[in-house]
Design a protein around this ligand. Structure first.
Ligand SMILES: Nc1ncnc2c1ncn2[C@@H]1O[C@H](COP(=O)(O)OP(=O)(O)OP(=O)(O)O)[C@@H](O)[C@H]1O
Length: 308
């Protein structure tokens, strides 16, 4: 095993070929400890293939991959105990009760405690963290879809992972559960320095949770950056909206602060309801996907807004 300092995931030139088709081509990125990365992309982009290679479930065709300092193709049990995996869904173990199942699974991790990390996570504490306390004694098959998903998350966390893979984690969560889950993930990444790689089609969730967005399209990384960086790369501009003398105005500008300053200097208190918007992750995502789909390349810029 080698150590990579603060780098938890190091992927360089990853290629995956099925038959004659490359489904991943030159995928290169890193993740640092405590970072939350969202892997986005249309259906078939290669997200699951990438994650399965990182988890050690799939052998790559080419490229260099290090996950917590080891090549996942040769990761042993001690390495695997440092990973947490929440798959899209599985429905086994319905006869077990929530608490007893987590305590049972946790038992497998006890041998992998370190001076820094006590494994497993105490089952009652974990059940509280995922909001299942009042369901702890229930049989798994009696849980609702959202409760079951919380349990999936608890299963991924029971070994106190240093790196957590979440595949569409909040599908079927109600808004409150989703918000609690976001707090939980931010807490894991912050205080515990857990690195998180999640896939989601919920762009609002990606924007809220991710420090960095990786966008895959056709097996290639087409964007890698913070939501703000990607938005500025696409539009280069913010949108400023305001109300003056009862009329609404909209303007796109690369210098929204300076523009707002000039507006107030000119009109003073006649300016009301001033808002500055950057492109949402959804707009950014759709623009990047459309760019990738057209072979011509240059960014299309929305020029429809102007001062009325
Ligand atoms: N075992 C396989 N054999 C051949 N092709 C495969 C295999 N597994 C996946 N693929 C192909 O690889 C490509 C990437 O699939 P992958 O499941 O990684 O996409 P994804 O981004 O996770 O999609 P989704 O959002 O639909 O889950 C797809 O074109 C898929 O058909």
């Amino acid at each position: 095993m080698t150590t990579s300092g603060k780098v938890a995931l190091d992927v360089d030139g990853l290629r995956m070929r099925y038959g004659a088709v490359d489904v991943l081509r030159d995928v290169t990125f890193q993740a640092h400890h405590g970072e939350v990365l969202a892997l986005l992309g249309p259906n078939g982009a290669g997200k699951t293939t990438t994650i399965e290679i990182l988890e050690g479930f799939r052998s790559r065709s080419d490229g260099r991959v290090e996950v917590l300092g080891s090549d996942p193709a040769h990761g042993g049990e001690a390495w695997r105990a440092r990973l947490g995996i929440v798959l899209q869904s599985w429905r086994d173990h319905g006869k077990w009760r929530v608490r007893e199942f987590l305590a049972h699974l946790g038992g497998y991790y006890a041998a992998y405690s370190t001076a820094r990390i006590t494994r497993p996570w105490d089952p009652d504490e974990l059940i509280r963290a995922v909001g299942l306390t009042e369901h702890a004694a229930k049989k798994i098959r009696t849980l609702s879809g959202g409760q079951r998903r919380r349990l999936d998350v608890a299963i991924g966390l029971v070994g106190r992972p240093e790196l957590l893979f979440l595949d569409e984690p909040t599908a079927s969560f109600d808004p409150e559960a989703r918000s609690e889950f976001h707090d939980l993930v931010r807490g894991l990444a912050g205080a515990r320095e857990t690195t998180v790689l999640l896939t989601t089609h919920d762009l609002d969730e990606a924007e809220k949770l991710a420090d960095r967005i990786l966008m895959l399209h056709g097996g290639r990384i087409i964007a890698d950056g913070t939501p703000g960086e990607l938005a500025r790369r696409i539009t280069g501009e913010d949108e400023v909206r305001w109300l003056r003398d009862g009329r609404r105005f909209t303007r796109r500008t690369a210098d929204s602060t300076g523009f707002a300053r000039d507006l107030f200097a000119r009109y003073g208190a006649r300016i009301q309801e001033l808002e500055v918007h950057r492109a949402s992750l959804e707009q950014t995502y759709l623009t990047l996907v459309r760019q990738a789909e057209s072979t011509s390349g240059p960014a299309t810029r929305d020029t429809t807004e102007a001062t009325r």
